[in-house]
Design a protein around this ligand. Structure first.
Ligand SMILES: Cc1ncc(COP(=O)(O)O)c(C=O)c1O
Length: 479
């Protein structure tokens, strides 16, 4: 037998590579403020460069030479990125991801990763405490979509048990502003998207408790089985927060599960708890630390009030996963409370980053995002060519250009879609879009700890500049 190491790398070589990666990363971070908001690159180019099958032979350290181009052709996590809902990748946490991979724990159960499991339990408790949900437990997930899916699985098992005999039906309620992860969850759970009752949101894009209760009553009268209501603690389109306390009361009266989708907004309860009254009345709730806690992807979380529901839903152990300890910690298994078995050590980045800066600094940063969103909204209100399209409940600011007197709603929509495209081409700021009851909106979402006041106000400047450019070359708008 050969004594040659199979994947040779000495600790000294590892150190050289890691130092090289650290040097490169810190240089890259120092250039972020000056980078365009999106790289100049086409899909054809990236496919040609990267989508092929990799070679049989290794190239050694030279492969690290190629990293610079990968970064160059990536979308920079810079101070003027305001697209979708995404945090900006806090660098202490990024180091945490490297260390987590070196230790390579599998967070199935305590017996497989002792320190890591307790760290994840502590991080989850910290997140719950930070948003006023003391006593909730749960686990970290790949993101809000998985957390929402797991939350609805708890709801289904509690009110229409399906694990043994299969899905027997059940209706779930939400406003028509709910995130697409919900219809997806109903489909995956065998409940069917038709059984997601989408209740038209009110004029502030919120779920109306009265309409909710009417819909539940009507369904019961028609022989259906209501099982859960999902409220948004910050909708993806406008950031509207559903009236959580009133919805909790409806859920209690109607004896159905109360899940809160807080993937975008729930962490803002750290800075503005008064906006989230009723959050702690949820049976389950999702939140995303890779959104408004600025962590590198991926890092979602499902919290629940009562772990017994999670175990009733997910505990099904084959012999090889059975734990043999009666000790409540040493016998603890995340896989009995989660749909996942193998899980990476996501908690390490949070554990380092939250302790490095202190929870207080994160709270202050979220408060700053909230302030900057109001500042941008004020700027838009004062600008005669711009128009705010929704209340700014959190840090999403939906607005549009008035189109220099464009005649029809369709024309205005087309004009603003062209403004967005031109903004992307100008590469100074990055925002995404939403459609609010048929109206096309430019939609910056402020969850970026790198953004300054000037960066945020640049959003309005850039919308105006893009519109002016289009107005001076009108043919480009309708192309
Ligand atoms: C309100 C809301 N719910 C759920 C999700 C899904 O989260 P993830 O992308 O982490 O799966 C998002 C993502 O933007 C969201 O904004």
């Amino acid at each position: 037998m050969s004594a040659m190491p199979r994947l040779p790398l000495t600790p000294e070589e590892f150190r050289r590579l890691a130092e090289r990666a650290a040097r490169f990363s810190s240089e890259y971070l120092s250039t972020l403020p000056d980078r365009p908001s999106f790289p100049k690159v086409t899909g054809e180019q990236t496919e040609k460069l990267y989508a092929g099958v990799l070679p049989e032979e290794g190239s050694g350290e030279r492969v690290f030479d190629d990293i610079a181009q990968v970064f160059e052709l990536g979308r920079p996590p810079g101070p003027r990125f305001f697209g979708y809902v995404l945090g900006s990748g806090e660098p202490v946490a990024a180091i945490g991801d490297l260390l987590a991979s070196v230790l390579n724990q599998n967070l199935t159960a305590w017996r497989s990763s002792p320190s890591a499991v307790s760290i994840e339990r502590g991080v989850v408790a910290t997140l719950a405490h930070a948003i006023g949900c003391d006593g909730f437990t749960g686990s970290l997930t790949g993101g809000g979509s998985s957390a929402n899916l797991m939350g609805l699985a708890l709801a289904r098992e509690a009110h229409a048990p399906a694990n043994v005999h299969g899905a027997q039906g059940g209706v779930v309620y939400a406003s028509d502003e709910i995130h697409m992860s919900m219809p997806k969850a109903l489909a995956l759970l065998g409940l069917g998207r038709e059984n997601l009752r989408l209740i038209p949101a009110d004029e502030n894009f919120r779920l109306s408790p009265a309409r909710l209760e009417q819909a539940i009553t009507a369904d019961r009268a028609a022989g259906k089985k209501p099982i859960a209501v999902v409220a948004s603690a910050g909708t993806v389109n406008t950031g509207a927060i559903d009236p959580l306390r009133e919805i909790a009361a409806v859920a209690r009266r109607q004896k159905i599960w109360f899940h809160v989708d807080g993937a975008y907004g729930a962490l803002a309860a750290m800075a503005a708890p008064e906006k989230f009254a009723g959050l702690a009345e949820a049976d389950s709730l999702s939140l995303d630390a890779h959104k408004w806690l600025y962590q590198p992807l991926d890092c979602g979380c499902l919290l629940f009030r009562d772990g017994a529901h999670a175990r009733a839903t997910f505990a099904y152990s084959g012999d090889y996963t059975k734990t043999f300890s009666a000790d409540p910690v040493e016998g603890f298994a995340f896989f009995e409370e989660s749909m996942e078995l193998s899980r990476r050590f996501r908690a390490l980045k949070l554990w380092l980053s939250l302790r490095y800066h202190g929870v207080r600094a994160f709270r202050a940063s979220i408060a700053e995002d909230l302030r900057l969103a109001q500042l941008l909204a004020d700027r838009i209100r004062k600008e005669k060519d711009l128009e705010l399209l929704a209340p700014v409940a959190l840090s999403i600011v939906c607005f549009r250009h008035r189109g220099f007197g464009a005649a029809s709603p369709d024309e205005l929509n087309r004009f603003n879609a062209a403004v967005l495209k031109r903004m992307h081409e100008r590469r100074k700021v990055y925002v995404s879009n939403a459609t609010l009851r048929g109206t096309f909106a430019l939609r910056p979402c402020l969850t970026n700890h790198r953004a300054t006041e000037a960066d945020v106000l640049a959003i309005a400047d850039e919308a105006l500049a893009a519109a002016r450019e289009l107005h001076s070359q009108p043919a480009t708008v309708t192309r």
